[in-house]
Design a protein around this ligand. Structure first.
Ligand code: AMP
Ligand code: FE
Ligand code: FE
Ligand code: ZN
Length: 301
């Protein structure tokens, strides 16, 4: 079993499929930029034999209720969370927030503001792209679930539908790339602010994929200290975007600062190659998250 894979129990699901028993705490639905509804996401988690599925849409908790409903009777546990957009030196830094109070006014206000900024930013990017490609804002809306947190993946889907690129990944590598000529950043709070908001909402702040290109160069030791002082409780070490050296570095930092180490797929349905359970979290780490989070509770169906 590769490092970062932890089976809670192995055996067979009720219908005879092999249950992996894995704990995968980072996935997306159509409430943000995943391609499945929350109910379909939960069904995919059941199919993959997961023991625990974290639903962590970008800047939104709108998928929780549907995910809980869908889990009923399946035996799957849904860990509610979100993936908060923050930014540091113009780079985007994602903070996972587990077990937050979804009605916390300060966190709600900040995530709502980011969703609006994302919407305006997407409109601006589409206006720029429209100068060179036959693409309209309606084309993007046609790819976006009502109320969803809008991101480049929705523009990518519109570009795919129009036949300009074969898939999302190709769109991200060309037209939507930050050096592609059409890219615009969007405003978001600083990571320390996002971490504080999550912690004050009773949640467990975990830095997502810190070894991914953008964030990696930002996190000198002194900056890690300031994140921990702000309330950072965990780090997503086992993620396909973290190269081996980054995993080693963050494992050392986790030990030094007492951070919970997680691993997850960052599954986006058909939108990304990431597969459910490709990375996972240990039962001990999951238990600590459940112990630390006070704003909401995991739902076992
Ligand atoms: P944005 O936040 O709007 O700048 O868009 C970046 C988001 O696109 C990240 O959350 C990625 O997870 C997501 N994404 C979805 N599909 C892909 C893909 N095929 N390649 C790169 N990023 C993707
Ligand atoms: Fe995403
Ligand atoms: Fe992310
Ligand atoms: Zn994600």
């Amino acid at each position: 079993m590769p490092a970062g894979d932890h089976a809670v129990s192995s055996g067979h699901a009720a219908d005879g499929r092999r249950a992996s028993g894995l704990i995968d705490l980072h996935t997306h639905s159509r409430v943000s930029d995943g391609t499945q509804t929350p109910a379909e996401l939960v069904a995919a988690g059941v199919d993959a034999g997961l023991a625990v599925l974290g639903i962590t849409d970008h800047d939104s908790t709108a998928g929780w209720a549907e995910a809980f409903d869908a889990a009923r009777g399946t035996g799957l546990t849904v860990l509610p969370g979100l993936e908060l957009s923050t930014q540091l030196d113009y780079a985007s830094v994602h903070i996972l927030g587990y077990l937050i109070d979804p009605a916390d006014p300060a966190l709600l206000a900040e995530s709502e503001r980011t969703r609006e900024e994302r919407l305006h930013r997407a409109e601006t990017m589409v206006a720029r792209i429209a100068k060179d490609y036959d693409l309209s804002w309606d084309d993007v809306l046609a790819q976006t679930a009502p109320g969803a947190t809008v991101g480049r993946p929705h523009i990518a889907d519109a570009l795919v539908a129009k036949g300009f690129v074969p898939d999302r990944t190709a769109a991200f590598g060309s037209i939507l790339h930050w050096r592609g000529g059409y890219y615009r950043p969007h405003r978001a709070p600083e990571p320390t602010v996002g971490i504080r908001l999550i912690a004050e909402a009773g949640g467990v702040p975990v830095i997502a994929h810190p070894g991914a290109r953008g964030p990696e160069r930002l996190f000198a030791g002194s900056r890690v200290r300031s994140l921990v002082d702000a309330g950072l409780m965990g780090v997503e070490v086992h993620h396909r975007d973290n190269p081996p050296e980054a995993r080693e570095l963050w494992l050392r930092r986790a030990a030094e600062y007492g951070l919970v180490v997680t691993g997850s797929s960052d599954y986006h349905g058909a939108g990304k190659p990431n597969l459910l359970g490709e990375n996972s979290t240990s039962l001990e780490a999951y238990a600590r998250i459940v112990e630390l989070g006070t704003g909401s509770a995991p739902f076992t169906g």
